[in-house]
Design a protein. Structure first.
Length: 275
């Protein structure tokens, strides 16, 4: 009876725990973001320079990323003899042939001598040297194995330390990824959200007065970007209009008829000129 009660209690606790919905992590993206102090209509000099430097760094990084992307190769490339490597190979082949001819002439002038045949004592001596080298290599391997057997404890400790370090790095990466996910906008579709450029005034545009500031309709765009950044609206790209291709109609024999008509006109002009 007691066992039945325990099993029922465990089943109830498991079902209740499965019904409890896990709370999703709260993202740290504000509905209304405050711009940097350097974006003000009358900013401090140092703050304005720092904001301008940040905007320039973002644009430079965009250009670097665009240059690093794979580009489609050119369909046609002009031939330049200065940069053609085949010409260099041709010259090198000619030089190699001439060198071979010279070397052949020099070798032909000096008679070749056959190497002296090894005696049995020399061959036996070389065989003994090889056997000694094999024995020395085997002894060195045995010594190395004995050292490794003696250092098994230290090797095991090094392996365990390496495993612990790997686990710490993995946990650190996962923690950084989770922190980044709280700050970064969620991915709702295949289009990634792109931050809007920093709206900062140039030095020549700073007037220090709200009356002289040029009006700009940025509120609606800023609200729309905020909705996309918080994951309420899916970011999208403007669809480009597809260009209609021109249809070329071809009739069989039309080209030949045009050529015959042109030839008739030429013959008529020649006859008129002869008259």
């Amino acid at each position: 009876m007691n066992g039945l009660v325990q099993t029922l209690a465990s089943c109830l606790t498991q079902s209740s725990s499965s019904l409890i919905r896990k709370a999703e992590p709260v993202r740290q993206i504000r509905p209304v973001e405050i711009d940097d102090p350097g974006c003000s209509y009358n900013p401090d000099r140092e703050q304005h320079e720092a904001t301008v430097a940040h905007a320039v760094a973002v644009e430079v990084q965009k250009n670097i990323d665009a240059d690093m992307r794979a580009k489609e190769p050119q369909k046609q490339a002009g031939w330049e003899p200065e940069t053609d490597p085949l010409l260099e190979y041709q010259v090198e082949e000619v030089d190699g042939d001439s060198e071979e001819e010279h070397s052949g002439q020099e070798e032909g002038s000096v008679p070749s001598r056959r190497p002296n045949k090894k005696t049995r004592t020399v061959r036996n001596k070389e065989a003994r040297v090889k056997e000694q080298e094999v024995e020395m290599a085997a002894k060195q391997r045995l010594k190395q194995q004995r050292r490794e057997l003696q250092n098994l404890d230290s090797i095991g400790q090094e392996i365990s330390e390496a495993e612990q370090e790997r686990e710490r790095r993995q946990q650190r990466r996962e923690r950084m990824k989770a922190e980044k996910a709280l700050i970064a906008p969620p991915r709702l579709g295949k289009v990634k959200f792109q931050e809007a450029p920093v709206q900062v005034l140039l030095t020549s545009e700073i007037s220090g007065s709200l009356r002289k500031l040029k009006p700009a309709a940025m509120l609606a765009r800023e609200r729309f970007n905020s909705l996309q950044k918080r994951g309420i609206i899916e970011p999208r790209v403007r669809a480009l209009k597809k260009q209609k291709r021109k249809r070329i109609e071809f009739t069989h024999g039309q080209r030949g008829e045009k050529n015959r008509e042109a030839q008739k006109e030429l013959d008529a002009q020649r006859k008129a000129g002869k008259k």
